[in-house]
Write a protein that binds this ligand. Structure first.
Ligand code: CA
Length: 234
């Protein structure tokens, strides 16, 4: 059974989210402030964390950093306001997706399921498969599709599952410009009107980690990765 930790200080929201996820077959536990959330996460080792941004004790950004320090865990962040700043702060520190309150239970479940599907994909890549093996090289950047490890020169760089999928998707079709809508649908696995902003935040996070030159913005259209040195080896 997959386990989910819900870190949320508003009891009605925490209870509703936990009840809905349990009815979907997940094992769910809750914490109602930042410090107990970190502690619970370390003890429970959940498959996914639903994390409120505004929490007593430690805010969601600090909680996100601490719970991902030793072990990457997918994070769906809840924000009270749909502001760009919440988005940027939440997503460049390792959250994989966000939901703005109020949200429907159906939407929450869709996000959770999509995020866990991507994690399954990542786990299946821990063992070399016949479908996706090889290394994509973009200048000094190397993406190993089998192990999902990323290096810039000799230095190992940690990308979240979402960031890795975004770069790998773009790099698989060098020079092709993808619209923000197409990219969001392909990488996140569902369509949403506001998905473009989530995508933009992830592009910023990737640029921060791998350099500004990697992903090219095509104004009014979308994004592309160019300048591949050689084709993916298989
Ligand atoms: Ca809160």
């Amino acid at each position: 059974m997959r386990s989910i930790l819900v870190i949320e200080d508003e009891p009605p929201i925490a209870d509703a989210v936990a009840a809905r996820l349990r009815s979907e077959g997940y094992l769910v536990d809750t914490a109602n402030d930042g410090p107990s959330g970190v502690e619970r996460c370390n003890a429970m080792q959940p498959d996914l964390v639903v994390l409120d941004l505004m929490l007593p004790g430690l805010d969601g950004i600090e909680v996100c950093k601490r719970i991902q320090k030793d072990r990457p865990v997918p994070v769906l962040m809840l924000t009270a306001r749909d502001t760009e700043q919440d988005l940027v702060l939440g997503l460049t520190i390792g959250a994989d997706d966000y939901l703005t309150k109020p949200f429907s239970a159906r939407e929450l479940v869709a996000r959770v399921n999509a995020l866990l599907r991507r994690v399954d994909l990542e786990r299946s890549h821990d063992r070399p498969s016949t479908s996706e093996v090889g290394v994509i090289k973009i200048g000094r950047i190397e993406l190993d599709l089998a192990t999902r490890k990323v290096h810039v020169g000799e230095q190992a760089i940690h990308l979240t599952p979402t960031e890795f999928d975004l770069v790998a998707f773009l790099a698989a079709e060098p020079g092709t410009v993808f619209t923000r809508e197409d990219l969001f649908a392909a990488v996140w696995g569902y369509e949403i009107a506001s998905g473009g902003r989530t995508l933009d935040s992830h592009v910023r996070a990737v640029r921060r980690k791998l350099g500004d030159d990697l992903i090219r913005t095509v104004h009014g259209v979308g994004y592309a990765i160019d300048a591949l040195e050689g084709e993916p080896t298989r």
